[in-house]
Design a protein around this ligand. Structure first.
Ligand SMILES: *Cc1c(COP(=O)(O)O)cnc(C)c1O
Length: 474
């Protein structure tokens, strides 16, 4: 057999229909499934098998999927998954993944429809945030790489073209972000060769927002010490507690100090489609760049991150490479410049934009905004339930959709107790909540992101935590 296509398409059709039915059934019945199941050792070891020389056929491979893969997914599609800031996916996005696979577009460049769909998603995103029409952007894996791309553009603007050939040549570039900044931002400084220490952490107020006076003082002192401030990151939705920096205040500081103003809005940028909380983002329209994810609050399937850069030219100036076989032409399939491969680090790129486009075409921005609002309302409900429960204490203000709390029952070893409760709930499959450290104390963290999460889920979580605490203390 010389091709991978079947001689008779009937069987493929039947298996394809079954796969679709099975996945739709899974979604329809998700409420009654456990959130997460630990992978049994035997199943885990099965993935150590050598590469098969001879294939067993699609029907057998699919049977393996059903037995060994599907039952052990991480559970983020489940309404009771509140462990981390992860989206629940959606039916239209799920089917769009099949359609994208069918077309198998390479969206690195050339003149075809995949690039236009992506350009539309970028234009929608820019308009959503109040950025100008000329804004450039790309669909990327996630905010981690989006933050990195922004940093590389800012470095290019600050240092000029020479930085692309000679590096920063001993110059001491520094950037600023609040102390609750996501770890991928210092990670981006590391990857860009600036070193993670070149990201200076600025203290926050009681609400977890960057302290503007300390920031200003730090920039002035750094300059006086011979450092070169060039990059300021505002956080819209901090990962631990959901705090949103005063973006308008930061935009003003960046303008006055001549810094590139970047916003890490990984999930918080979706506040832009909320009817009631849009104002939290005031000032984002003045950003030089914004990183955010469709795979979190916008409920699109993984992975679907996005980078927007106010002046597209900085992306081209930072990433375009010369290669004669990639030269674009005025006519034919090699037209359609500028190409995404000249605006970011990837050459070959999948059709990520399709699942975003399909999700937004299907549900519309208002419905996504209502989900954002509902998550925040559920977080307030959870906070109120915690306040009304004697052994539970709220450990951070609830600005958005993240609730940090812990059991304080008068007993000892509270850090261990709370960590054990999180693990107990995960292992018995009822809830996934995570833990984090706030003020030196281990706390439980519920991030409400999934569009399937309801009032009942939140109420039951409180009861489950209290019951788990009681079980542990005997
Ligand atoms: C999730 C998150 C990131 C990282 O995004 P990925 O899509 O996981 O790469 C960065 N910043 C914040 C604030 C986040 O919540």
């Amino acid at each position: 057999m010389s091709t991978l296509d079947p001689e008779d398409w009937t069987e493929l059709r039947a298996i394809g229909h079954r796969m679709m039915d099975d996945m739709i059934d899974r979604l329809a019945g998700i409420d009654s499934a456990p959130v997460w199941r630990k992978l049994p050792d035997a199943v885990r070891h099965g993935f150590g098998a050598p590469m098969p020389e001879t294939g067993k056929g699609l029907a057998a491979a699919y049977a393996e999927f059903l037995a060994r893969i599907a039952p052990y997914a991480s559970g983020n599609i489940h309404p009771r998954f509140m462990g981390w800031v992860q989206g629940g996916g959606n039916p239209a996005g799920m089917l769009a993944e099949l359609l994208a696979g069918g077309l198998n577009e390479n969206c690195g460049g050339r003149d075809h429809v995949g690039l236009e769909v992506e350009r539309q998603v970028i234009a929608w995103s820019a308009a959503m945030l109040g950025l100008p029409e000329a804004t450039g952007g790309l669909m990327v894996t996630g905010s981690s790489i989006a933050n990195f791309i922004a940093l590389v553009c800012a470095r290019r603007r600050h240092c000029g073209l020479a930085v692309r050939h000679s590096g920063t040549a001993g110059r001491k570039l520094v950037g600023y972000a609040q102390d609750g900044v996501h770890r991928c931002v210092p990670g981006a400084f590391d990857m860009a060769g600036l070193g993670s220490f070149a990201l200076r952490r600025v203290g926050t107020d009681a609400a977890g927002r960057i302290d503007a006076a300390s920031l200003d003082a730090m920039i002035v002192a750094d300059r006086a010490a011979g450092l070169e401030p060039f990059f300021l990151v505002g956080t819209a939705g901090s990962v631990d507690i959901g705090a949103v920096d005063d973006l308008a205040g930061l935009a003003a500081i960046a303008a006055r100090q001549g810094l590139w103003f970047h916003v890490d809005g990984a999930f918080g940028a979706l506040l832009a489609v909320s009817e009631t909380r849009r104002a939290l983002l005031d000032g984002i329209e003045r950003a030089d760049s914004v990183a955010f994810d469709f795979h979190k609050w916008a409920q699109v399937q993984y992975d679907s991150g996005c980078i927007l850069v106010r002046e597209r030219q900085w992306m081209l100036d930072s990433f375009a490479q010369d290669a004669s076989y990639l030269t674009n032409t005025a006519r034919g399939l090699a037209g359609g410049a500028p190409w995404p491969c000249d605006m970011g680090p990837d050459l070959s790129r999948g059709f990520r934009a399709l699942k975003v486009w399909m999700t937004i075409e299907t549900y519309g921005a208002a419905r996504l905004g209502a989900i954002v609002d509902r998550s925040c309302d559920l977080a307030q409900r959870l906070a109120a339930r915690i306040a009304a429960t004697p052994i539970l204490v709220l450990m951070a203000p609830v600005a958005l959709n993240i609730v940090c709390f812990r059991v304080e029952d008068g007993g000892a070893a509270l850090d261990d107790l709370n960590a054990d409760i999180a693990a107990d709930l995960q292992e018995d499959g009822r809830f996934v909540v995570s833990t984090t450290v706030i003020g030196g104390k281990r706390v439980l963290r519920a991030a409400i992101v999934n569009h399937r999460t309801s009032e009942r889920d939140v109420d039951d979580l409180v009861d489950a935590v209290v019951a788990a605490a009681t079980d542990r203390r005997g």
